[in-house]
Unconditional design. Structure first.
Length: 115
């Protein structure tokens, strides 16, 4: 199986963002889950899941993570445009939406869905 950095295929494209995004139409979350049902996020070098952090939170900070094996579905090039994000698709997979956490969170990205 190729690593996350070896994924190949046609270059994915980002779609222009409309003035308003119809969030409820993106109903299918495409991120994989690990054996403990934790959501898997793609990074530049592989995949991670968030792990509990007992440190008191004084302000927003990225969550602690641990590396996991990427599911085959998350090795497609489109995931390079949604690192550390949640990728959601319309029911017909005609378009996907990548959302990120942050303070403030960056705007979501509309993009092609994985094939």
């Amino acid at each position: 199986m190729p690593s996350a950095t070896e994924a190949s295929g046609p270059a994915p494209s980002v779609h222009p963002s409309p003035q308003r995004i119809d969030y409820p139409s993106y109903t299918q979350r495409l991120n994989g889950r690990d054996g403990k049902q934790n959501l898997i996020y793609r990074t530049a070098t592989g995949c991670v899941v968030e792990v509990p952090d007992d440190a008191p939170m004084k302000s927003w900070r990225p969550p602690k993570t641990e590396a996991v094996t990427c599911p085959a579905s998350m090795l497609q090039p489109v995931w390079n445009l949604c690192t550390r994000g949640t990728l959601s698709a319309k029911a017909d997979h005609s378009e996907c939406l990548c959302s990120h956490d942050g303070n403030p969170p960056p705007p979501p990205t509309l993009m092609d869905c994985p094939k």
